[in-house]
Design a protein around this ligand. Structure first.
Ligand SMILES: [Zn+2]
Ligand SMILES: [Zn+2]
Ligand SMILES: [Zn+2]
Ligand SMILES: [Zn+2]
Length: 459
């Protein structure tokens, strides 16, 4: 075993520890327990959900999947609908509160905010635990963190501590990526399962994808919509799902098919390969080891490059004696002289956003534009009103983009009508005779619970 191999093995052993903050998040369906189980929290929970117009796809699916007290859920969502309804009055369009809620709806989620606060508190605890009072000793038993949670911790460090910590993280990510090159160039055409390939499991933990993500398969409601509707016009009149959610899922499925083809044909990585934890986890879920290793190594290298860029900025800005000393220790120019087992591809023009996130954002925007164009025609407006309509997040985007006039008026009136219907269902006492809708993997859904998708999306 060469000296380099010994160093990599030692470093891999250190990586065996999964990210501490991710582990904390695993036990954080705490949000739902806190938000729905305690009667004292129900009012604040309702305000939180109304301010974000519902949950992100991940937490929406979690809410629909977990057995919450039915009375509390009905009470919360009745208040949410009451709070949201006034914002749909035409006179409120553009008002300060309206803008706060509608402009942030696309990415805001009360459960994500809860997790971020918990992660922030944990990162602060780690800093106190692992760094001395003057933050002079960032190497002593530093915790192993995934890319996102490392950034959370790094932001709290002073520049003289942040520089060596960033350099160390770059090395960790590069070593983990190199450990995957053997797997991705090999012929390990077996499915990724727990217990296989420790190097890959460690790398997935570093990307933050070890705890899994949303399923690669569409939810039952979206699968049915995709099968029944070949075109967006058909999805517009479909009564089982939001047409924009259907189009975004169609794009997600197309992207999933494109990833192995892009790798097989050696197309540009940055155009197809994911870098965020969620999309790397989705590829890992349904791909063989070689492809997962290839995708995970790409995500690690992109993360390493981003950290390296931060390091360069800090080194250039170093002024005080301590900062200048740290800049020398960081040895930030060292990586370019390193010999790589695999020759690097040309750098991506812009290492900013995950290729999958980018594609889905574009698909969502295109679907919304298409919806607004179609709604100019009377026949399509009737079709839209007969269909399921829009989930709140996609309604927010469409409503903001709609030109003033008949389309904007229709979007507000249609959503208000659907929320009134939702409220009526919530107030009806649930009886066993209420018609049930079932979805694969979920408990039977009583009447209004299916309507919760208005605030939970179709993830
Ligand atoms: Zn983490
Ligand atoms: Zn969320
Ligand atoms: Zn939607
Ligand atoms: Zn992504």
């Amino acid at each position: 075993m060469s000296a380099v191999d010994v160093r990599e093995t030692a470093s891999c052993a250190a990586m065996l520890r999964a990210c501490e903050v991710c582990q904390l998040a695993e036990s954080t369906s705490a949000y739902f327990k806190m938000a729905f189980a305690d009667p004292h929290h129900l009012a604040a929970t309702s305000e939180g959900i109304a301010d974000t117009l519902g949950f992100c796809q991940r937490h929406g699916a979690e809410l629909l999947g977990c057995a919450l007290p039915e009375r509390a859920t009905a009470e919360v969502f009745a208040r949410v609908a009451d709070l949201v309804m006034p914002l749909l009055e035409p006179s409120r369009f553009g008002e300060e509160k309206f803008q706060q809620v509608y402009f942030s709806a696309a990415w805001a989620c009360p459960a994500c905010a809860f997790e971020r606060r918990a992660a922030g508190r944990h990162a602060a605890r780690l800093v106190r635990q692992h760094f001395d009072a003057d933050q002079r000793n960032p190497f002593s038993n530093s915790p192993q963190l995934c890319v996102d949670h490392f950034q959370l911790l790094a932001r709290t460090l002073k520049p003289e501590s942040r520089m060596p910590a960033l350099a160390l993280q770059c090395d960790t990510l590069d070593l983990a990526a190199r450990a995957l090159d053997r797997l991705s160039s090999g012929t390990l055409r077996t499915a990724m399962t727990a217990g296989t390939e420790p190097a890959l499991k460690r790398a997935l933990a570093l990307v933050g994808a070890a705890r899994g993500g949303p399923s690669a398969s569409p939810s039952a409601a979206l699968a049915a919509a995709l099968q029944a509707c070949d075109t967006f016009e058909q999805a517009l009149g479909w009564d089982g799902a939001c047409p924009v959610c259907v189009e975004v899922e169609r794009a997600r499925q197309r992207w999933l098919l494109a990833v192995p083809l892009a790798v097989a044909h050696e197309l540009d990585d940055w155009l197809f390969l994911p870098t965020c934890a969620e999309h790397v986890a989705i590829v890992a879920e349904h791909s063989d080891i070689a492809l997962t290793a290839r995708v995970t190594a790409h995500a690690l290298r992109v993360a390493s490059e981003q950290i390296h860029q931060q390091l360069r900025v800090l080194v250039r800005a170093a002024q005080t004696e301590q900062e200048l000393a740290a800049a020398r220790i960081a040895r930030w120019g060292r990586r370019s002289r390193r010999r790589n087992a695999v020759p690097p591809k040309a750098p991506a023009p812009k290492l900013v956003r995950c290729a999958a996130c980018e594609r889905l954002a574009i698909a969502q925007l295109q679907a919304t534009n298409r919806l607004l164009r179609l709604l100019q025609q009377g026949r399509q407006r009737e079709l839209f009103q007969a269909g399921w309509g829009l989930c709140m997040k996609h309604h927010a985007q469409a409503y903001l983009m709609a030109p003033k006039g008949v389309v904007r008026t229709l979007l507000a009136a249609d959503q208000a009508r659907r929320l009134s219907e939702f409220l009526r269902q919530l107030k009806e006492p649930a009886t066993p005779a209420t018609p049930v809708r079932t979805e694969a993997g979920h408990a039977p859904m009583l009447g209004y619970v299916a309507e919760l998708r208005r605030f939970c999306g179709f993830g």
